[in-house]
Write a protein that binds this ligand. Structure first.
Ligand SMILES: NC(=O)c1ccc[n+]([C@@H]2O[C@H](COP(=O)([O-])OP(=O)(O)OC[C@H]3O[C@@H](n4cnc5c(N)ncnc54)[C@H](OP(=O)(O)O)[C@@H]3O)[C@@H](O)[C@H]2O)c1
Length: 387
């Protein structure tokens, strides 16, 4: 969400009405739209979000409320949101557990369901079967992980996915395969219960942005803000892909509004890019002078145990095509992307806000095995090796 949007939402929340029943368009001049987002008054919808309080959920809720929709969430009440906290005063929260308690979901009606927390096939079977007559659409948050192993060079939505775990797997392949197999089978269960015409499957790549619960992408905003000699792993031609969580969240709401059933990769940037332009683009968020040092020898990186610094993933073996996912269908169906430097700046501001604990910040920079703490030594080795 842009700053002006966030401000709009805060102002709107301060007005005191129950926002889900207010229409954002009732406040002309206070809202802003991205270039390819057509301002219009969407029909107010009732949306159930399975989950809602982690990373993606708060952004979906903020955008949906802004567009006049009413939101119900279903979760255990354990996860505490670290972004968009104000919006939760305007949400109906149902408590339960996907493992064994779906009681609060019974005998209710919604226009659409968003399933963010479907991380076991059985959970998805249970909710999709239970709710197939309770809503028109079921949007399942899947992942580009369904394409693992990433062997193609232009991975489209109809690329065949592995449906069963190959025998004899060891880590790290085991976790990767398990996640992909779980996601693709969950997708199929949604389509089985709701039918393809009432199913929306969204497969995001690595999401980044305010509220990220992983320490993956945040490496770059923090590191680039500091400037100096910056290690850039990988070859200049290594492809990278990523997406702002807010772009995924907002687009999901619009897909529901527009009843766009189908399966979509949610991947940015809009056209293919590589690691070096990514680093330059992200650094544009800061004014710190930086000297980029390309550490472009995979063997050296492997010896240093640097196989990925998201969005960079060493493009070898099963990961060869992990950043070669095709986003044309998504772009043609309304996916709008935030400029990289804006995402990086917003993420940096969030990281340095009260919403993130100092301990977490310290760990990223100086924790045991923190890449940032090892960087100087790695660069020294790299320079002496080249001589
Ligand atoms: N992060 C990425 O880069 C990425 C990329 C591709 C796909 N994805 C997918 O994106 C999805 C979105 O994840 P998110 O965490 O951001 O979603 P979210 O909806 O913001 O948060 C996850 C929610 O799941 C709830 N939950 C967890 N266990 C539960 C249970 N047993 N019963 C009921 N609710 C439960 C949590 O609340 P409680 O803990 O309070 O129950 C929380 O509200 C995931 O399916 C993930 O696989 C993520």
């Amino acid at each position: 969400m842009s700053r002006s949007r966030r401000r709009f939402l805060q102002n709107a929340l301060g007005i005191g009405g129950i926002l889900p029943f207010m229409d954002a368009a009732a406040f002309p001049g206070t809202n802003t739209f991205k270039a390819n987002e057509i301002p219009h008054r969407p029909q107010p919808l009732k949306i159930l979000i399975l989950g809602g309080t982690g990373f993606l959920g708060p952004q979906q809720i903020a955008y949906a409320l802004e567009r006049g929709h009413a939101i119900t969430t279903f979760n255990r009440g354990k996860t505490v949101p670290t972004t968009q906290k104000d919006v939760f005063n305007h949400v109906e929260q149902l408590l339960g557990d996907r493992e064994n308690n779906l009681e609060s979901l019974k005998n209710r009606k919604w226009d659409a369901i968003i399933d963010n927390s479907g991380n076991k096939v059985k959970w998805v079977i249970d909710t999709a079967q239970l709710l197939k007559d309770s809503a028109d659409f079921y949007l399942y948050t899947s992942s580009t992980g369904v394409y693992y192993p990433y062997l193609g060079s232009d991975i489209k939505e109809n690329t065949k996915a592995v449906l069963t775990l190959p025998p004899g797997l060891k880590e790290p392949q085991l976790s990767e395969y398990s996640y992909g197999v779980m996601k693709i089978n969950s997708e199929l269960e949604v389509q089985k219960a709701f039918g393809e015409k009432r199913s929306i499957i969204v497969r995001p790549t690595y999401m980044m942005g305010p509220g990220d619960r992983t320490e993956r992408f945040i490496y770059w905003p923090v590191r680039l803000s500091r400037g100096g000699d910056v290690m850039v792993p990988g070859k200049a031609t290594d492809p990278v892909q990523y997406i702002d969580v807010r772009d995924v969240a907002n687009w999901m709401i619009r897909l529901i509004e527009e009843k766009k059933a189908g399966t979509y990769n949610a991947v940015g940037p809009s056209s293919p890019t590589t690691m070096h332009p990514f680093v330059y683009g992200a650094h544009a968020a800061f004014s710190s002078p930086a000297n980029f040092i390309a550490v472009n020898d995979y063997n050296f990186l492997k010896a240093e145990k640097i196989m990925e610094v998201i969005p960079w993933i060493m493009p070898v073996d099963e990961n060869k095509g992990s950043a070669l996912i095709n986003n044309q269908l998504a772009m043609a169906n309304g996916l709008a992307l935030t400029p990289l430097a804006d995402s990086v700046r917003d993420m940096f501001d969030w990281w340095n806000s009260d919403d993130v604990k100092q301990e977490r910040r310290d760990k990223l920079v100086s924790g045991t095995d923190a890449l940032m703490a090892r960087e100087k030594e790695i660069l020294a080795k790299w320079k002496s090796r080249k001589k």
